[in-house]
Design a protein around this ligand. Structure first.
Ligand code: NAP
Length: 258
């Protein structure tokens, strides 16, 4: 194997990353580009994406920005059509856009329930619907493709006041296990990553006082994960030999108990 192949194991691959304008998505896009993939960065904030593409290119990588709202099914199909036309299709999808809006259920914050369901479930499905044909086609040609969905430890653990968010993430994990069984025989690896607390913009959208206090308090008792910690794992999953599929990966801050 040449040194170049070892240094850039994802050379020739096309990775689509949703939620790439900040946090875990942004760091993972940078990691995948550093490993040699052409990265398509997708989120709503166009300017953040343009800056990210410039940074990736400055570091010797290649990337394309697509500003789109994943809750808009037609916009996602348009994005997928563009990836097919300009780049020959995606062989890695990091399906990562999401929002967390905890609140006691008795507050009846129905708009926030809907926002989480629309993004974490419907947006996730719009992205899977738009890109799965490309993943299956790519796997048929090159022998491997990857669908990596961002779930959370909330999919497994019980956090009072996080019921709707946690339920959306339980959906992501269970869906991923089913899709792995369905798409694995077609050489598409499917993984769910389940991080504990990561310092990103996710916490900045929280409006519930109790949840904010809990998050603030947790900072004093533990060191949160960084987006780069999760990005390393995404890079690891994508560079494993094609026969290896890590189905579910839990990534905890060392000092986070549950
Ligand atoms: N941080 C944590 O502690 C943690 C733990 C476990 C799991 N997670 C999960 O990790 C994923 C990434 O979150 P993060 O922590 O990196 O938070 P973040 O910094 O808030 O990132 C969320 C990303 O999603 C994008 N996004 C939001 N709404 C969108 C929409 N309608 N269409 C397209 N993109 C949209 C945002 O960009 P725009 O606003 O530009 O669209 C942003 O890039 C989420 O699924 C989250 O649930 C996070």
């Amino acid at each position: 194997m040449s040194t170049q192949t070892i240094a850039k194991p994802l050379r020739g691959r096309v990775a689509v990353v949703t939620g790439a304008s900040s946090g875990i998505g942004e760091a993972s896009a940078e990691k995948l580009a550093a490993l040699g993939a052409h990265v398509v960065v997708l989120a709503r904030r166009a300017e953040r994406l343009t800056d990210l593409v410039a940074r990736i290119e400055k570091d010797g990588g290649s990337a394309t920005a697509i500003a789109a709202d994943v809750t808009d099914k037609a916009a996602l199909q348009e994005a997928a059509d563009r990836v097919a036309a300009e780049l020959g299709g995606a062989d890695l999808l990091f399906n990562n856009a999401g929002v967390m809006l905890p609140a006691p259920v008795e507050e009846l914050a129905a708009d926030q329930w809907q926002q989480q369901i629309d993004l974490n479930i419907t947006g996730l499905m719009n992205t899977i619907g738009a890109f799965t044909p490309q993943l299956v086609e790519a796997a048929g040609v090159r022998g491997v493709a990857d669908l990596i969905n961002t779930s959370s430890i909330a999919a497994q653990n019980i956090f009072p006041n996080f019921a709707v968010y946690s339920a959306t993430k339980a959906y992501v994990t269970h869906l991923s296990r089913h899709l792995r069984a369905e798409l694995g025989p077609k050489n598409v690896r499917v993984a769910a990553i389940e991080p504990g607390i990561v310092g990103t913009e996710l916490q900045s959208h929280v409006t519930d006082r109790g949840a904010l206090d809990w998050l603030e308090g947790s900072k004093e008792t533990m060191e949160w994960l960084t987006p780069q910690d999760v990005a390393e794992t995404i890079g690891f999953l994508a560079t494993l030999p094609p026969r290896v599929n890590l189905q579910q990966v839990t990534i905890m801050p060392t000092a986070q108990a549950s």
